[in-house]
Design a protein around this ligand. Structure first.
Ligand SMILES: Cc1cc2nc3c(=O)[nH]c(=O)nc-3n(C[C@H](O)[C@H](O)[C@H](O)COP(=O)(O)OP(=O)(O)OC[C@H]3O[C@@H](n4cnc5c(N)ncnc54)[C@H](O)[C@@H]3O)c2cc1C
Length: 344
């Protein structure tokens, strides 16, 4: 049995979320193993407390204090398994930094996650919203996830198909109080093709031949593009893209296209995905700021905490943006980060 890790009271969370909004946890614990996780969840159940699982805090908005137990996943460790010819499985503890893991794999010559460089947060949170960028999603190479099933208290392994991955979605998001991910397994390869089809990447790489590139080159290209476009949350507090790209049916898209010929959209297997950034930009929000919060001046999807803004300042701005996009385009924007804490 693992020893009970130290549970602290009344802990400030401002430094533990990338929007840097102030909020307190009534109780807070950092867990370094699946055993410590089980102990902490057991303690919360005995005390009748709600639990928030926290990774790097880059996809959350604290609407206020969290009156239960915040469990920060600090389970570390990376190892290779099943090295077989060109293929290998990279196993990551849930508390591993995602971007460092991307560089670690790329430096070893393994392909699969290099397009996901510079996404903040932890490996354990990556499956929750099936992180994606530059033409690649986590589900493209995730083999399986080990998670503690809170309904049984047992560790279970969920294979890729059982994770019910979709665009920014998974079983972990659909049943938020059920699984806590302790470890993920990624199927990587030294020989699979590099994914260079995304327009920004193509423009950046120009005439460079794929055969002259390795996965580290691609990771570095993605990092350079991202640094040009997105604010660094360590310098400018933000939570990345604040809204998902909405998917509409073909008829809705045709009617929007007739009214707004420049609309930016991407055909999907089912329906058409609209660029939320374009919709927001058209409503005049890019670069907007009040005394505390605002919208990034190069990327309309990114809301920024300029100066001592609170979670509710951010959420009020998000609601105003959503309202104006609905009024102009009749399209409803869905927030990407989860809202936690606050009244109710
Ligand atoms: C500047 C910036 C750029 C970003 N770019 C992208 C991008 O390109 N693509 C993209 O997809 N996302 C992007 N994001 C969003 C974010 O980085 C990812 O969603 C990331 O995976 C969140 O990781 P985290 O550890 O910070 O999770 P947190 O914010 O701590 O948690 C997010 C959610 O996951 C849950 N959770 C966390 N850990 C676990 C676990 N071990 N088990 C079960 N549930 C857990 C939490 O309870 C919460 O519901 C960006 C964010 C920022 C700030």
């Amino acid at each position: 049995m693992s020893p009970q890790p130290e549970i602290r009271e009344n802990v400030e969370l401002e430094a533990l979320n990338t929007l840097h909004v102030p909020a307190r946890a009534r109780f807070y614990v950092e867990v370094r193993s699946a055993g410590e996780l089980a102990q902490s969840l057991g303690w919360a159940a005995t005390e009748g407390l709600n639990v928030l699982i926290l990774g790097g805090g880059s996809n959350l908005v604290f609407a206020g204090d969290f009156m239960g137990l915040v469990v920060r996943l600090a389970i570390r460790g990376r190892r290779w398994e099943h090295i077989d010819g060109h293929n290998a499985t990279l196993v990551l503890g849930a508390g591993e930094n995602w971007h460092e893991a991307v560089l670690y794999a790329a430096r070893a010559g393994y392909r699969g996650i290099e397009n996901l460089a510079l996404i903040p947060g932890t490996a354990g949170a990556a499956p929750v919203q099936n992180i994606g960028a530059y033409g690649v999603e986590l589900c493209d190479c995730l083999e399986s996830v080990t998670a503690l099933d809170r309904t049984t208290g047992e560790l279970v392994v969920l294979e890729n198909e059982q994770c019910r991955f979709a665009y920014r979605d998974s079983v972990f998001k659909q049943t938020p109080d059920r699984y806590v991910i302790t470890e993920i397994r990624l199927g990587l390869s030294r020989s699979r093709p590099l994914m260079l089809g995304y327009r920004d990447l193509q423009e950046y790489l120009g005439d460079t031949q794929e055969s002259s590139l390795d996965p580290l080159d691609v990771a570095e290209a993605v990092m350079a593009i991202r640094r040009r476009k997105l604010p660094d949350p360590d310098k400018v507090p933000n939570a990345g893209s604040f809204f998902k790209n909405p998917v509409v049916d073909g008829a809705t898209f045709e009617s929007l296209k007739a009214r707004f010929p420049d609309i930016v959209a991407y055909p999907q297997e089912q329906g058409v995905k609209l660029a939320a950034a374009w919709l927001i930009d058209q409503c005049g929000w890019k670069g907007f700021r009040n005394e505390r919060v605002g919208v990034h001046n190069r990327q309309a999807l990114v809301l920024i905490n300029h100066s001592c803004g609170s979670g509710s300042d951010i959420l009020t701005l998000a609601e105003r943006i959503r309202g104006s996009v609905t009024a102009r385009f009749g399209v409803s924007l869905e927030m990407e980060p989860g809202i936690v804490g606050g009244p109710g």
